[in-house]
Design a protein around this ligand. Structure first.
Ligand SMILES: Cc1cc2nc3c(=O)[nH]c(=O)nc-3n(C[C@H](O)[C@H](O)[C@H](O)COP(=O)(O)OP(=O)(O)OC[C@H]3O[C@@H](n4cnc5c(N)ncnc54)[C@H](O)[C@@H]3O)c2cc1C
Ligand code: FES
Ligand code: FES
Length: 471
């Protein structure tokens, strides 16, 4: 039996009887022929395909931009989808007016995506500053106009108090809940709503794909036209969407997005927040989840080094119960993890800062925004009377897995965190890693960078450096 996908399209109720693994971009351009949404890179990088996705949040609807090229149709079931055509009501959207008046478009290919990203910003953040504008645009590539006229147009709208999205009223969502199962054309898409349902499905359907935000899996879907014949979506599992806090810990359900993690960790670990702001783009952070970043087990994922240095644990759940594993022990070998076939990552728990703890994480990549790390180094120390009591250091991009640098930590513990200790720590890093050479950086480069980051951490803690961010 076929179960159509139900959602709001530009404010109107809509049903689509298509395979849930068809990309939203393909559907938009081929079925309703809403061709304002463009295809550029087809892998989440350029923003030409940006659309707005809306979900109920309290008594209003919250919108964020997403890349429709890596978004599956199943992922919009029960939600509001706004394309560039839907921004215009009787008049143009204020972002469209500002872009036109400001000469912010030349060939126009990127313009629908840029308008969508700025409309998302204007809907959420009436008091946005240049940093927020920069963040909103980091996932949108413009090759010919240049960003100055685009940023100037953005300032006019956000400076004038923002602008709401003309989507469905919150009350309309009462009849638009995500459905338990979607199916069409031989593809089945399960949407459990509790952890108990999820682990049962995981047991019963061992070959089904576990889908978080799909920002990793969606690239294969779009690039290699892979088929998802059976999917278990994590997006509506209440326990996996929860954010908790106790006296000593913060906890994030595995399906919490990076944008939501950012909002919560900024107060406790500002350096982690700076890293997360450089994680993909607003579109990627609004869909990609903390559990997916761990589940994908990439050696160059940005979350794991920071989380390992902070001493995070992952909670793994199955029908047999739950177990907790230190994140540093979760990664076994290249893309091999502790996760058993019947388990899911349920949550991640991060200790809150201790007195006199210093934490910094550094992402070294070729571009500031929207780039993959060549090396990511995370450093955490606690001190008493100037002496280092404990140290945790972890790197991404230096081995087949995100790895803790235990030997380097020993060089700091007991020291006064002085130049000699920093030199010994850097030497221990060089001696204990054998990174690969690839097109992002040679093995020697990676070793040198990782060693240099110890000095940067030392100087940061001493207050000698400033965070550089280009606009
Ligand atoms: C343009 C672009 C930019 C990116 N930039 C960055 C970046 O700067 N830094 C970075 O680290 N990554 C980046 N990524 C990669 C990706 O966004 C992240 O890894 C993200 O956190 C993945 O989360 P997801 O929910 O989208 O994962 P998905 O694609 O849904 O899943 C990824 C893998 O994890 C598994 N999985 C998901 N959730 C669970 C769970 N709860 N339990 C068990 N397994 C699970 C899935 O089965 C799959 O194998 C980028 C990706 C793109 C396309
Ligand atoms: S087409 Fe480039 S991000 Fe989707
Ligand atoms: S206007 Fe041509 S790519 Fe932006």
């Amino acid at each position: 039996m076929s179960h159509a996908i139900k959602f709001f399209l530009n404010g109107q109720k809509h049903e689509a009887s298509v395979r849930p693994d068809m990309t939203v971009l393909d559907w938009l351009r081929n079925a309703p022929r809403l061709t304002g949404t463009k295809e550029g890179c087809a892998e989440g990088d350029c923003g030409a395909c940006s659309v707005l996705i809306g979900d109920p949040a309290g008594d209003s609807v919250h919108y964020h931009a997403a890349n429709s090229c890596i978004l599956a149709m199943g992922q919009i079931d029960g939600r509001s989808l706004i394309t560039v055509e839907g921004l215009k009501t009787e008049t143009l959207h204020p972002v469209q007016v500002a872009m036109a008046e400001n000469g912010s478009s030349q060939c126009g290919f990127c313009t629908p995506g840029i308008v969508i990203s700025l409309a998302g910003l204007a809907a959420n953040n009436a008091a946005a500053d240049d940093h927020a504008i920069h963040d909103a645009l980091a996932g949108n590539l413009c090759r010919c106009t240049g960003y100055r006229p685009i940023v100037e147009a953005a300032r006019k709208v956000v400076g004038a108090g923002g602008a709401a999205i003309a989507g469905p009223h919150i009350a309309a969502f009462a009849e638009m809940k995500p459905q338990t199962t979607l199916s069409s054309g031989g593809s089945i898409y399960h949407q459990p709503s509790t952890l108990a349902e999820l682990v049962q499905l995981r047991k019963d359907r061992p070959d089904a794909l576990l889908l978080g935000g799909g920002t990793d899996l969606g690239v294969a879907l779009a690039d290699y036209h892979s088929d998802w014949d059976e999917v278990i979506s994590l997006a509506h599992v209440a326990e996996l969407r929860a954010i908790g806090e106790s006296d000593n810990h913060l906890s994030f359900g595995a399906a919490v997005t990076w944008e939501e993690v950012l909002a919560r960790v900024a107060e406790f670990y500002p350096s982690f927040a700076t890293l997360i702001r450089r994680f993909g783009s607003t579109q990627i952070r609004s869909m990609g989840t903390i559990g997916g970043n761990i589940g994908t087990a990439s050696p160059i994922g940005d979350g794991p080094p920071a989380l390992i240095a902070l001493g995070a644990d992952v909670e793994l759940a199955s029908l047999n119960g739950r177990r907790f594993v230190a994140l540093e022990d979760f990664f076994l070998d290249y893309r091999k993890t502790e996760l058993r076939a019947d388990e899911v990552i349920a949550s991640v728990s991060i200790p809150k800062p201790k007195p006199e703890q210093e934490f910094r994480v550094y992402k070294i990549s070729k571009r500031y925004d929207q780039d993959i790390s060549t090396v990511c180094g995370a450093f955490s120390i606690t001190r008493e009377d100037g002496q280092v009591r404990s140290a945790r250091i972890a790197f991404g991009g230096m081995a087949a897995i995100p790895r803790r640098a235990v030997e380097a930590e020993h060089a700091l513990v007991g020291s006064q965190f002085d130049a000699k200790a920093v030199e010994a720590c850097a030497a221990a890093i060089t001696a204990s890693f054998k990174p690969l050479s690839d097109w992002r950086g040679t093995s020697d480069y990676r070793l040198q960078v990782a060693g240099n980051l110890v000095e940067r951490f030392w100087r940061d803690v001493a207050g000698e450096t400033v965070e550089v961010m280009a606009l």
